[in-house]
Design a protein around this ligand. Structure first.
Ligand code: SF4
Ligand code: SF4
Length: 370
């Protein structure tokens, strides 16, 4: 396993981290949690010492499964995370007791006295971040002073310049962001700034919400000069950034872990600017694809936006207008006319993690469908 320093914390973490949101669904539903815990234990055997978990993952069982595994290894040999925000606390104005109860629940489930990295979770934009800072940051600080958490970090879907603002606040030891071969331009300046300021950078969604493995031909350029598969090469693309500390791989099976470990064998790091230049010189840049994250859900006209944006992805990937209609009809089995219902309220665009021009794309789809 290849290891990196987590910012200025003095912690040495594996370049691949275990994303614990993909424990086997059937085992989770059947309550076979010990069996699920074999995954983090196998990851540990392979040198993966960074385990990222949260409330709600895997029917709210991820922390419990992760705790079963954590209790079977030497505690100081693994860095474990969890997360909180207004949603987990079920209040826009949470008090200290609510914060503590949630944190204590995570500690209890994880069977530990402390969490190494506790996230101010899912800051969608600066406005949401500011509100969370005002309401919660002092509780994080107090929990840290009490030894319940070791490092205060945040996770976000903001774009690069907004991330820079959060980094500049100097309030966090690290961050968790979505970064991959599809969206790097949105966040590149943010990771560069965080690295420069001595923060750790952990990356989620390195496979672009499945877009990369689902389109192996379009992304075959990532494998050039390697014996890696497209998903492995996509992990390596992220992990090779000097600015990125940990690349999370969501693993259901031991084979997934083996694949992820292979992706960083003999890793060579380079600055983001160099890597991006190299790929863009080859004429490939897919920063404008929908990742299917579904943060845009809740359209007042009930438009299934992620499905329409997925159909639009096909046009970007194939260069063929007709692929939109075929995806809508054959893959999604939808009535494409629904795209015309958009009233341009912009709700979805404000929430889109990729900052996509959803309204324009729906208009274009609507015209193509006729
Ligand atoms: S802009 Fe259109 S698609 Fe987006 S939420 Fe509003 S009505 Fe729905
Ligand atoms: S349109 Fe944006 S928010 Fe919606 S699924 Fe796609 S990337 Fe996510």
């Amino acid at each position: 396993m290849y290891y990196k320093q987590y910012g200025n914390t003095g912690m040495k973490v594996s370049a691949i981290g275990l994303g614990t949101m993909r424990y086997n669904d059937e085992d989770i539903k059947a309550g076979r949690l010990e069996k699920c815990a074999e995954i983090p234990l196998y990851a540990f055997e392979k040198g993966i010492n960074y385990w990222d978990t949260a409330p709600f993952y895997c029917d709210d069982k991820s922390e419990i499964v992760t705790g079963i595994a954590l209790s079977q290894v030497k505690r100081s040999d693994v860095y474990v995370t969890s997360k909180t925000n207004f949603n987990t606390l079920k209040s826009q104005k949470p008090d200290r007791d609510m914060f503590r109860r949630r944190l204590e629940m995570s500690l209890d489930r994880l069977k530990t006295d402390y969490i190494d990295f506790y996230h101010m979770w899912c800051m969608l934009n600066l406005d949401s971040w500011e509100k969370h800072m005002e309401a919660l940051y002092s509780f994080f600080e107090e929990a840290k002073a009490d030894g319940l958490i070791r490092n205060i970090v945040f996770s976000s879907h903001m774009q690069g310049n907004e991330i820079e603002t959060v980094v500049d606040s100097g309030k966090f030891k690290g961050m968790l962001i979505g970064y991959n071969a599809l969206n790097y331009r949105f966040r590149q300046s943010g990771i560069e700034k965080a690295h420069k300021n001595g923060m750790g950078v952990v990356v989620m969604n390195p496979l672009g919400g499945g877009m990369i493995p689902q389109n192996p031909e379009a992304f075959s350029y990532l494998t050039k000069g390697t014996d890696l598969t497209v998903p492995q090469a996509a992990l390596r693309f992220v992990a090779s950034h000097k600015e990125i500390t940990v690349t999370l791989a969501g693993c259901t099976t031991k084979e997934h872990i083996d694949d992820a470990v292979k992706a960083v064998e003999n890793l060579k790091e380079a600055p983001a600017a160099e890597i991006v230049k190299q790929y863009e010189n080859e004429g490939v840049a897919f920063n404008n694809l929908c990742t299917g994250c579904a943060y845009c859900k809740g359209c007042p006209k009930d438009i299934p936006i992620p499905k329409f944006m997925d159909a639009y992805n096909q046009k970007i990937l194939t260069g063929n207008d007709s692929s939109i209609k075929s995806r809508i009809n054959n893959h999604w089995g939808m009535d494409g006319k629904k795209a015309a219902d958009c009233i341009a309220c912009r709700k979805c665009e404000r929430e889109c993690t990729q900052h996509l021009p959803i309204i324009d794309r729906l208009k274009e789809i609507s015209q193509l469908i006729g």
